[in-house]
Ligand binder design. Sequence first.
Ligand code: PAF
Length: 300
Amino acid sequence: MKITEYIAALRENINEAREQGKTVVLIPTMGFLHYGHLAMAEDARKQDEDHEKIYIIMSIFINPLQFGPNEDLDKYPRNLVRDSRLAHEAGVDMLFVPSVEEMYPYGESLTTVNVSKITDILCGAYRTGHFQGVATVVSKLFNIVLPDAAYFGQKDYQQFIVIQQMVKDLNIPVKLIAYPTVRESDGLAMSSRNSYLSPEQRKQAPVLYRSLLDGASMIASGENRPEVVRERIIQRISTESEGKIEYVEVRKANDLSLVQRVNCTVVIALAVHFGSTRLIDNIIVEAQKDVEKHDEIKDS
Ligand code: PAF
């Protein structure tokens, strides 16, 4: 595995890979890698039957633009030595670890990418400017690497929808792959931020996934009122943990719009604070078919 902090060196290597007929796959990360990241590299590698046709680039860049003034930019966990070893073992061909100066050589970026509306809700309602920072850095990475395909974790579901919208609106020729959330054995979604949790908070945090599963099974058993599903989740998190709920919402999975009735595929998404650590998670749930039919009859 090669490693570089320079855009020019990265592009040289990508050009060579392309000359050899390889497909370029990008996995953008902020480092402090866990299996959720590595599984994406392994998945890309698996598509490469003869081990010669796919060139996997993983970027590690803690993007200051997507952190608010009171967020965890300074304490975001870092361990490049460990990350390099893990990326290599997972089959990454090239690790791109630019400095802030390499990514933003003129200091403040005068050009930013703003996806409207779907960035004002869910996490965007609480993290002003976050998705503008994400969309800006991801479009820069796309322009630097010109990948054929790029992986993003489904844990950051809203981020995926925002990037999907940006790619569509700006005609960026890249195939996006949403990789399913990888979980610890007790259900907690893997996240670099889990390392902030105290032992007690870590013990309590799996309630997030348990409550999402609860919500999903209510829908599977025919419950189609989003507010009832939401209330159950809020109640379970509040009684089983000291987590402070930021939001729990049931929205249409494909565009994050609100639903009056669960009669389509929805995402149940939540953000909860354990002390100063903010965790997010979500689950995608298909509407129960009978409920769909029932609603269609009622509506017509
Ligand atoms: O999901 C992340 O780790 C980041 O938001 C991303 C996509 C690497 C952009 O900085």
